[in-house]
Design a protein around this ligand. Structure first.
Ligand code: SF4
Ligand code: SF4
Length: 183
């Protein structure tokens, strides 16, 4: 299986992508760390691409499901009554960094979850966010094939997930020694 450098562009031509939220799903948008925001700002002028959102019960619950063994830590990191940072979206739910030609942010400066999608780490395994719109996933439902098509390795996914954990404030997991604190 070879990398398909055009699959995300084909996906965008076919319909909504991982860069666009469905109406009413804004509350479940992943948080963005200050580090990730600053890195985007280093690469792009201020396009107004960031927003603050409340740590609502639904938001925290959704995030906790991603870290089922660390629900207490997630709640402590995103306390009720406070706010978190996230990417801003337009009236159609599209990320403000999304242009007709794709993401304006260079790949290495994109938020970790953008670079990880549709992969996640559950326990020791690479798992998938199952979505009806991910063309790459529709065409290549097996994790190994999908990794190759999206140009990622298992090591890179583990490293990105580890960096995301640190950026969000979660502690390193055992075996995460390879993740550099400086991201
Ligand atoms: S930053 Fe780029 S990759 Fe991430 S959601 Fe926005 S447009 Fe998509
Ligand atoms: S990762 Fe999947 S959902 Fe996101 S743009 Fe690529 S094919 Fe579409």
């Amino acid at each position: 299986m070879r990398e398909d450098p055009h699959v995300c562009r084909r996906c965008a031509l076919a319909g909504p992508t991982c860069c666009q939220l469905s109406a009413g799903q804004e509350e479940f948008c992943f948080p963005l760390s200050v580090l990730e925001k600053d890195r985007i700002r280093d690469h792009l002028p201020d396009l107004g691409g960031f927003a603050s959102a409340p740590n609502s019960a639904s938001f925290v619950d959704g995030l906790s499901r991603l870290f089922p063994d660390e629900r207490r830590e997630v709640k402590a990191l995103f306390p009720a009554g406070k706010e978190h940072l996230r990417l801003a979206v337009d009236a159609h739910g599209a990320c403000r960094f999304l242009s007709p030609g794709g993401c304006l942010v260079p790949r290495e400066a994109r938020p970790y979850y953008c670079r990880l999608f549709p992969f996640w780490i559950t326990g020791e395994r690479i798992t998938l966010f199952e979505t009806p719109f991910c063309l790459a996933q529709q065409e290549h439902p097996k994790v190994g094939d999908l990794l190759a098509v999206l140009g990622l390795t298992t090591t890179q996914v583990a490293s990105l997930h580890g960096s995301l954990r640190l950026a969000w404030g979660l502690p390193p997991r055992p075996g995460m020694d390879a993740v550099k604190k400086g991201f």
